[in-house]
Design a protein around this ligand. Sequence first.
Ligand SMILES: Cc1cc2nc3c(=O)[nH]c(=O)nc-3n(C[C@H](O)[C@H](O)[C@H](O)COP(=O)(O)OP(=O)(O)OC[C@H]3O[C@@H](n4cnc5c(N)ncnc54)[C@H](O)[C@@H]3O)c2cc1C
Length: 474
Amino acid sequence: MSDPEAFLAAAAELLGTRGLTRDPELIEPWLTDWRGRYTGRALALASPASTAEVSALMGLSARFGIPVVPQGGNSGMSGGATPDQSGDAIVLSLRRMNAIRRLDAQAREATCEAGVILQTLHEAAAAEGLRFPLTLGGKGSATIGGLISTNAGGTQVLRHGSMRAQVLGIEAVLADGAVFDALVPLKKDNRGFDLKQLLIGSEGTLGIVTAATLRLLPALADRAVLWAGLGSVEDTRALLLHAESRAGSALEGFEIMPRHSLEAVLAHVKGSRSPLQGAHEWNALIELAADSEGAAALPALAQDLLESAFEAGLVEDATIAANEAQAEQFWLLRDEIAPAERALGPAMQHDVSVPVAKMAEFVAAAVPQVEQRFPGTRAVAFGHLGDGNVHFHVLAPSGAIRGQWEEAEGKSISAYVHDLVTRWGGSISAEHGIGQLKRDELARLGDPVQLAIMRRIKEALDPHGLLNPGKLVP
Ligand SMILES: Cc1cc2nc3c(=O)[nH]c(=O)nc-3n(C[C@H](O)[C@H](O)[C@H](O)COP(=O)(O)OP(=O)(O)OC[C@H]3O[C@@H](n4cnc5c(N)ncnc54)[C@H](O)[C@@H]3O)c2cc1C
C-alpha cells in the first residue's frame, strides 16, 4: 500500500533539501511537457546527486509504493516525462547527475552521467578533437538519459544510426533499487540477452538510466552543404540514391521539404532567403562531411555530386553553400520548419516511418488522401528521407481556432494518418517515442504479439507498476 508521508520523510532524510523539494513553485516548471500538451501534478521533485542515491530512492519507492516519473531535460515530444493529474508520483530529475566521468580520447569513448546535456557532450568531445555523432534541435536541453530512454534520432541517423548505435555501455537503477552495471564497453559479449538494448527506448518504464558509455568519432574537419530544387518527391528519392552512390560514406545528412514548408519558413524568419532562384515543388538539403583524412577531397566530391545530378536530370536547380555561414543558413531553413508552421495556425503533427525505399511513394499517396478526407487541411511531409522518417503534419484550414480545432478534429486526423502508415508497414513513432501521446494508438495498432511481450517484460522488471505509469506500455 502506498504511504506518501512516510516516503517523503525517508526521502528527505536521504536526499537533503537540495535533493528533494515539495515547494510548488520549484516543481511547477517541470510539470508541463515541452509542447505544452500535458500538465500533471507531483508529490515532490527528487533530484539525487549519485547512482547510490537513485538506488536508495528507488528502494524507498518500492517499499512505500510511490510511482516515479523519470525526467531529464523535459524536451521530449510525447509527454513521457510529465506525471499524471493524480499527484501520487514523484518526478525524479536526473539533472544534478551531470558529470562526464571519463573521456578517453584514444579509445574514443565518453562515460557520462544521465543528466549531461547533449550540447555539453558535444563541447567536451570537440575539446579533444572528437565529436559525438548525434544532434537534434533540442540539444541545449536534452540529456543523455533522455536521449537513451527515447532512443532519439536527429539529423545524422543516415550515417551514424540513432542513439541505440552510440551506446556502448549502460548503468541503470531498477524498480527495486538494484543497480544494473554494464558500463564497461565490450565490443563482443555474448552472455545472453542484451539488457542494455532493452533499456534503450524504454522511456523510463523499465529502469532509471544513471550513466552511459558512448562512442565518439574524430571531429569533422570540413563539410559541404548542398541545396537542390526538385520537381517531385519521387525525384528526392532518386537524388538520395544518387548521393549515396556518389558520396558514399561522406553523406552525413539528407533532408527534404516541400515548397509549402520552405515558403512558410521564408515568411517566418526575418531576412531569410531561398538558396535557389525559382520555386520548386520539393527541396533537398544534403550534407557531406569528412574528418581530417577526407577533408581535402570534399569540395571536389560535392562538385561532382552537383554536376552529375544535373547531368542525370535529377534536379531542377542546385547550389553548394559558398561558406560556413551560408551552410548554417541552409540548415536554419530546415530547422525553422516546425516554428514557422506553428505561426501559421494549428496543426496535427505525426512522426512516422515507413521502409526507406517506400517513403517517397508513401508521401505522394498519403498527402492527397489526407487532404481529400479532411477538406481544407494541408498535409506536409518533411524531414529525414534517408531514414524513411518524415514529420507528417496536417495543417488546419485557414481560420481554424487553436485548441478548438485540435479538440474537434485532431483524434480522427491522427487515427487516419496512423492507419495509413500501418497499412504501409510503417511505425507511428519513428523517433519521438510513445509516452502518453501515442499509448492508445499503440494499443489500437500495435502487433498483439509484440504488445504481449512488452507487457510481460514490464511485469517482470516492474511488477508493481511504479516506473513511469501510464506511459508507453498499453
Ligand atoms: C527543438 C527540439 C527538437 C527535437 N528534435 C528531435 C529530433 O530531431 N529527433 C528526436 O529523436 N528527438 C527530437 N527532439 C525530442 C527530444 O529532444 C528527445 O526526445 C530527447 O531524447 C529527450 O531528452 P530529455 O532529456 O529532454 O528527456 P525528457 O523529455 O526529460 O524525457 C523523455 C523520456 O525519457 C524518460 N527519461 C528521461 N531521462 C531518463 C533517465 N535518466 N532514465 C530513464 N528514463 C528517462 C522520461 O521519463 C520520458 O519518458 C527534439 C526536441 C526539441 C525540443
